[in-house]
Design a protein around this ligand. Structure first.
Ligand SMILES: CCCCCCCC/C=C\CCCCCCCCCCC/C=C/C(=O)SCCNC(=O)CCNC(=O)[C@H](O)C(C)(C)COP(=O)(O)OP(=O)(O)OC[C@H]1O[C@@H](n2cnc3c(N)ncnc32)[C@H](O)[C@@H]1OP(=O)(O)O
Ligand SMILES: Cc1cc2nc3c(=O)[nH]c(=O)nc-3n(C[C@H](O)[C@H](O)[C@H](O)COP(=O)(O)OP(=O)(O)OC[C@H]3O[C@@H](n4cnc5c(N)ncnc54)[C@H](O)[C@@H]3O)c2cc1C
Length: 664
């Protein structure tokens, strides 16, 4: 029956044990934030102008075209509606482009943030109004064919010509072609170009420059600029990731973004307080990705897989007793509930990262840069840790949907391929772990000197107890302490290995490479500890804010499940040096099973609380009404192959072949 909810799913909703609205508020941050999200989501969802052909049935070129059309419509609407706040804009946009790129994604997420973070006030007053009103549309062009990770190895040059007070932007080699920048291939007319600054023959390293790359009249490349799309990718179809080559393109001196460092007309170079301030946009995006790519993508996949698992019936538990919902198989719960708990954990740690980002950023704006290393270390570790686990979790959700998980009708492939590059862009994850480790090792040395370490690394100041105090009745405090101990020991171990190699005569750079395995393990353990601790802190805050006990109860179970699952998956770490005894390991295992069992009745409520609209999930399996089977055929019939009963290739190839074969 159309319009009614599948009774199997309704039964799940009828037995939820907690106050769902209060949980939704906790996920959003506050009731006011929930209200705001719903307001801007509904503005997008209820607008018939954005009801377009399903993304799944379009070719790449059609996807690109549809994205351009929708983007322009969206921009006009934003103007009409007067939406200006970045968060409101983001909510509105992500309900029009769920798990897709707009044609102006890089403009909004990197070009404008770079102008805000890297341009001087005078430059901002020139460029920002144009960028905000889309008179110019930009991208962030840093990566080259030959170098993405090693920014100091970029080959594009910006050579200062004092006579004309211009920079000459040039791509001296094939490997210096800019390669990958989003929306560069077809959409944008300006770019922030990261290039080696050369003044009076001296190279001052990579700096950002704003360059017009296409005509504002006919969109043709500017003289000296060669442009194109880099071709099909693993996903990200609607995004025209592009390439760009410069042949001695001249730009005015004022087009170097000069908030942190400057070149005076006479060629005098004034350096930044910290040269890494130039990398600020990356730190911003890394901080944002934790929520917007890692947490939300995983939460969406968990929603789909859990709802579907409550509709799907298969096999038997008790012989002859009928087919149960697949959600009732303990093995299915063991796959999906940790993903659900991880999504919650990542959402909570993202809230903490957001607070730290804004607080350090305002310090930086006041000229105080002391906390920049912590911001970089923490955002690098969390970006890598959360995107790594999110894509693993999404794949588990996909498999949990059986065969239908492989179909685009599940919605999971689209979410997955949109999130997947998050492990590579904005800093390849191994590289990011190593950046975090670099900071952690420094912190160990500072702690040894007696310095008090800040925020997320303060744990290195105090040696943990040699044995865990986990008991049969596992609690969050002991779990956090276990993660703290693991991070402490792994960071110290990596630091010890490094010191040992250096003492044995190895050059520090070789020692770093030799110890990379230990260093990556240390950074992962740090990220894991920060996430578990953030969950515990969130529980504390919610308790202090008198959030209903039912919500605290179910979230505590989820928090424990997240932490227990992580211990079971990494038990070698936790059991080394007998930190955790065999008996304690059995407490962990039992606690995990108990949490699975206890969470089962609330599984659907816990995913419903995310409030992902059907249009965002774009999933037949994860529909709110659970009417999966009624809609699968209708969905499949949209495929081009089903537009005709007999495909033209039959007449072209099969029929002549069969006719000929039958004559033999
Ligand atoms: C925050 C929450 C806000 C919420 C607001 C809501 C509003 C919503 C608005 C917008 C929503 C946006 C939604 C986002 C959706 C995402 C879509 C994004 C699309 C992304 C498309 C992709 C773009 C890209 O990929 S751009 C290219 C990115 N490239 C990279 O990341 C390259 C990686 N490489 C590097 O970063 C570096 O080269 C390096 C770190 C690997 C090494 O650098 P190097 O110069 O070699 O430095 P090194 O010698 O190793 O180190 C020297 C010292 O500098 C320190 N350091 C390095 N980097 C930094 C840094 N960034 N900051 C500070 N310090 C740094 C390093 O640790 C060393 O320190 P030491 O003390 O000497 O040891
Ligand atoms: C979808 C997508 C969108 C993108 N959008 C943009 C964009 O808009 N603008 C832009 O400028 N760029 C963009 N990029 C590029 C992206 O930022 C880079 O691909 C990324 O930073 C990784 O760099 P790389 O490709 O050079 O990888 P590489 O560095 O070549 O990595 C290859 C391997 O080498 C390893 N490795 C490299 N260095 C080290 C090291 N020091 N220690 C240990 N291991 C190492 C890595 O871990 C990895 O396993 C995008 C990429 C993708 C996939």
């Amino acid at each position: 029956m159309a319009g009614t909810v599948n009774p199997d799913l309704q039964a799940e909703r009828d037995r939820i044990s907690f106050e769902q609205e209060a949980l939704t508020n906790a996920i959003d941050g506050t009731p006011e934030k929930t209200e705001k999200r719903r307001k801007y989501a509904n503005l997008a969802l209820n607008d018939p102008d954005f009801d377009m052909t399903s993304y799944n049935f379009l070719s790449r070129s059609e996807k690109y075209g549809a994205a351009v059309e929708k983007t322009v419509k969206m921009i006009k609407k934003i103007g009409k509606l007067g939406i200006t706040d970045p968060t409101d804009l983001y909510i509105y946009r992500s309900h029009i482009f769920p798990n897709e790129s707009t044609s102006f994604t890089l403009h909004a997420d990197m070009f404008i943030p770079t102008l805000m973070g890297q341009a001087s006030p005078k430059q901002q007053s020139k460029w920002l109004p144009k960028a905000l009103t889309l008179q110019i549309i930009g991208t962030y062009a840093q990566t080259e064919l030959g170098h993405g990770t090693f920014i100091r190895g970029l080959e594009t040059t910006a050579t200062y010509d004092e006579k004309t007070e211009e920079f000459v932007i040039h791509s001296p080699t094939r490997t210096s072609l800019k390669w990958w920048p989003g929306n560069l291939g077809k959409s944008t007319n300006h770019a922030i170009v990261m290039a080696q600054l050369i003044v009076k023959g001296q190279n001052y390293g990579p700096h950002p420059f704003i360059v017009q790359i296409r005509s504002l009249e006919n969109h043709m490349p500017q003289p000296g600029v060669t442009l194109g799309d880099i071709g099909p990718k693993f996903g990200y179809d609607a995004n025209d990731n592009g390439f760009m080559q410069f042949d001695h393109v001249r730009i005015p001196r004022e087009n170097m973004l000069m908030k942190h460092s400057r070149v005076e007309p006479d060629g005098t170079y004034i350096k930044a307080k910290n040269s890494k301030l130039t990398y600020g946009t990356m730190v911003f995006v890394r901080s944002v990705l934790i929520r917007d790519v890692a947490a939300l993508s995983l939460a969406q996949c968990a929603t789909i897989a859990i709802r579907y698992s409550c509709v799907r019936r298969q096999s038997e538990i008790k012989p002859g007793a009928g087919e149960p919902k697949v959600m009732d198989y303990r093995a299915q719960q063991a796959k999906l509930f940790p993903q659900l708990a991880t999504a919650y954990a990542f959402l909570f740690v993202a809230q903490e990262m957001e607070n730290i980002y804004f607080s350090v950023n305002s310090e930086i704006d006041r000229g105080e840069i002391d906390r920049l290393p912590e911001l970089h270390g923490l955002s690098s570790a969390l970006k890598a840790f959360t995107t790594d686990w999110a894509v693993v979790g999404m794949e588990i959700c996909r498999r949990s949907c059986g065969g239908h998980g492989f179909s685009h009708c599940s919605g999971i492939p689209k979410i997955y391929v949109n999130a997947l590059p998050g492990v590579t862009y904005e800093g390849e994850n191994t590289v990011m772990y190593l950046q975090a480790a670099r900071y952690l090792v420094k912190c160990v040395n500072m702690a040894k000197r007696g310095d008090q370490l800040p925020g997320s690394v303060a744990f290195l100041n105090k040696k943990p107890a040699p044995k865990s105090s986990i008991t049969e009745d596992v609690n969050m405090v002991d779990l956090v302490e276990a993660y703290r101990a693991r991070a402490y020991y792994l960071v110290h171990m990596a630091s010890f290995e490094l010191d040992r190699e250096i003492k044995n005569g190895m050059a520090s750079y070789d020692a770093w490479n030799e110890c990379a395995v230990a260093l990556v393990m240390a950074a992962k353990a740090y990220g894991h500890y920060v996430v578990v601790e953030a969950f515990a802190k969130k529980l504390e805050t919610l308790t202090n804010n008198q959030v209903p006990a039912s919500v605290i109860g179910v979230l505590t179970l989820l928090g424990k499940l997240y932490a227990l699952h992580g211990i079971l998956e990494n038990s070698g770490d936790f059991m080394s040096e007998n930190y955790l005894s065999k008996q304690q390991k059995s407490f962990i295992y039992n606690g995990f099973l108990y949490a699975l069992k206890s969470l089962r009745p609330d599984a659907v409520g816990l995913v419903d609380a995310f409030e992902f609209p059907d249009k965002v999930l774009d999933s037949v399996l994860g529909r709110y009404d659970g009417r999966v089977y009624e809609n699968m055929l209708e969905w499949a019939m949209k495929d081009e192959l089903n537009k005709t009963q007999v495909h033209e290739s039959y007449f072209k190839h099969i029929r002549p072949f069969v006719k000929q074969a039958s004559k033999l």
